[in-house]
Design a protein around this ligand. Structure first.
Ligand code: ADP
Length: 272
């Protein structure tokens, strides 16, 4: 029964269709080698630049289920490992996503791991050294991860402050792969494919994105993401006026500062 349940769970997390992914460099080969060598991986880079899509693509290629956990400041070890829950008059153990991933040999993706509570290192550390074990303290159990299990975390170095950063003792357990916005030619292809916007408009959206990204650290905390570019394209394809779409998807989400919004608007007007 337990085995059937696990098999059912594996199916749930498989990616059936090949995700659209344009390689940016040698990241595919590097990831395959890390998987083979049973090494945990850290994907570093700004939000919306393709880290999650890359991982979906790799999970598909490696034929492994993918379990994603969006980390947040209240995420505890129990949220990852599992807990006893009251079902009627009985208390029943329920596996958390990390335990499920270890049991089914999945790729477990802890997105924005720096957000999680510090006590989660209690389970991240033993899984990321050569022990590759998951301690389930509440059950007094230790599970050894199968060879196919892989832990992947994402981390945006741009956001980290002195108060919130990963400890060296955690960072130095992962191999790190850098991600950034795709080169303009590639980003244009991605934008066209993902939003359906025409080539000329895509070119102008990319030009605007480049100019906005140049303002990072000069009034902008972060550049505009590939994700937001795709949103702008989708709005335009669905009949929204180009400047309206640019305002809604590429200007307002990235800054609340009225003067900065005006400057970005001027840049956009000069392009469109
Ligand atoms: P992140 O995980 O870095 O926040 P995502 O992986 O969600 O970002 O990327 C946002 C979107 O950008 C994706 O949904 C996808 O449409 C697109 N994208 C980014 N990079 C690529 C790429 N190299 N190939 C295909 N699509 C990409």
């Amino acid at each position: 029964m337990a085995k059937r349940l696990l098999e059912h769970k594996i199916g749930e997390f498989f990616i059936e269709e090949e995700p659209f992914y344009i390689p940016l460099g040698k990241e595919i080969e590097m990831f395959e080698k890390a998987f083979k060598s049973k090494l945990p991986v850290m994907l570093k880079g700004p939000t919306g630049c393709g880290k999650t899509r890359f991982l979906q693509y790799m999970a598909y290629c490696l034929k492994r289920p993918l379990i994603t956990v969006a980390c947040h400041e209240d995420l505890t070890t129990s949220d990852l490992v599992g807990r006893y829950l009251l079902k009627g008059s009985e208390t029943v153990w329920t596996d958390g996503p990390l335990t499920t991933a270890v049991k089914i040999g999945a790729i477990c993706y802890l997105d924005e791991v720096v957000e999680a509570r510090k006590d989660t290192t209690v389970v991240i550390h033993p899984l990321t050294d050569d022990r590759r074990v998951l301690p389930i303290e509440k059950k007094g159990e230790i599970i050894t991860a199968p060879d196919e299990f892989m832990l992947v975390v994402s981390y945006n170095p741009g956001y980290q402050t002195f108060l919130k950063d990963l400890k060296q003792s955690t960072k130095q357990r992962f191999i790190a792969m850098d991600f950034d916005y795709p080169k303009p030619e590639l980003e244009q292809q991605i934008l066209i494919r993902e939003s359906g916007v025409d080539n000329a408009t895509a070119g102008k959206l990319i030009e605007l994105a480049q100019k906005i990204r140049n303002l990072k650290n000069r009034g902008l905390e972060e550049g505009v993401s590939t994700r937001l570019l795709i949103y702008a394209g989708q709005l335009i394809v669905n009949g929204i006026d180009v400047m309206e779409a640019v305002r809604a998807a590429m200007i307002k989400p990235i800054t609340d500062d009225a003067a900065m919004q005006m400057s970005l608007e001027e840049i956009a007007v000069s392009i469109f």
